[in-house]
Ligand binder design. Structure first.
Ligand SMILES: Nc1ncnc2c1ncn2[C@@H]1O[C@H](COP(=O)(O)OP(=O)(O)OP(=O)(O)O)[C@@H](O)[C@H]1O
Ligand SMILES: [Mg+2]
Length: 241
């Protein structure tokens, strides 16, 4: 059984179809990059997985159970989402990371231990008491990731988490994603415009174009021997993003 399965999802906005019967499955513990030009439907796919949007037709299954039959709270509890622009609370870095743990009613001692280990993972220890709204873009994104990982979601969705960041912040974020994926088997789906990033961290790559999945394969074959000529052209940088 697949961990997550999207079956024939279609979605339109204002009469324009942006996903055309998207079918794709993810194994438990996978680390998948979704790439493709602007407007291909990458963010829409993540929003459907996160239930922030609903498909017009089609169904998504988590461990074999259709989303439509799962209580929304139970479903969302297992999913962490990181957006390109982090929306942090006007509180300390520590409180931002601890929030979701307190919300889930964890004892104070465990909240502290887990939040600190996330701060350490994202190399934010020295910033724990800073007001989150005073952070740089890269630091804020690291807090956003620490917050999303703190409650150990089994599925982590990331929409261009490193766009516009410098190499130092990018490498901290990529290292944290790889480590969590390896140690906790967090199924991770990352949308990125950076094909070098996809190559560095992903085990599989999915290429979206005009609301369709063109190719989904292991990272090596995706980059070295793509099956579809459109993938080849995208990989060579010939396609406008
Ligand atoms: N809420 C919305 N209302 C109307 N159109 C939308 C909405 N959200 C997305 N779209 C349209 O759907 C299409 C797919 O958008 P989506 O955000 O999924 O693309 P993307 O692949 O994430 O692009 P990018 O790389 O630029 O982030 C685009 O043409 C976009 O304009
Ligand atoms: Mg997008």
């Amino acid at each position: 059984m697949q961990f997550l399965e999207l079956r024939a999802l279609s979605k339109s906005y204002g009469g324009k179809k942006v996903l055309h019967g998207l079918t794709i499955s993810f194994e438990a513990g996978d680390l998948v990059a979704i790439v493709g030009p602007s407007g291909a439907g990458k963010t829409t796919a993540l929003l459907l997985i996160d239930t922030l949007e609903m498909p017009d037709t089609g169904e998504t299954f988590l461990k074999g159970r259709p989303y439509s039959e799962m209580p929304p709270n139970e479903l969302r509890r297992g999913i962490g989402m990181v957006f390109q622009n982090p929306a942090l609370f006007n509180a300390t870095v520590f409180d931002n990371v601890a929030y979701s743990l307190r919300f889930r009613g964890l004892p104070d001692k465990e909240v502290k231990a887990r939040a600190h280990s996330m701060l350490e993972l994202l190399r934010l220890d020295t910033l724990a008491h800073r007001r989150a709204l005073t952070l740089s873009g890269g630091e804020a994104q690291r807090v956003s990731l620490a917050r999303a990982m703190a409650y150990s979601p089994e599925l982590l969705l990331l929409d261009e988490p490193t766009a516009n960041l410098d190499p130092h912040n990018i490498s901290i974020i990529e290292d944290a994603l790889i480590k969590r994926n390896r140690e906790c088997r967090t199924t991770t789906i990352i949308v990125t415009h950076n094909i070098f990033e996809a190559r560095r961290i992903a085990r599989k790559v999915a290429f979206f174009l005009d609301g369709e999945l063109v190719e989904f394969s292991a990272v090596d074959s995706f980059f070295n021997s793509p099956r579809d000529p459109r993938t080849a052209s995208f990989v060579k940088g010939e396609m406008a993003y």
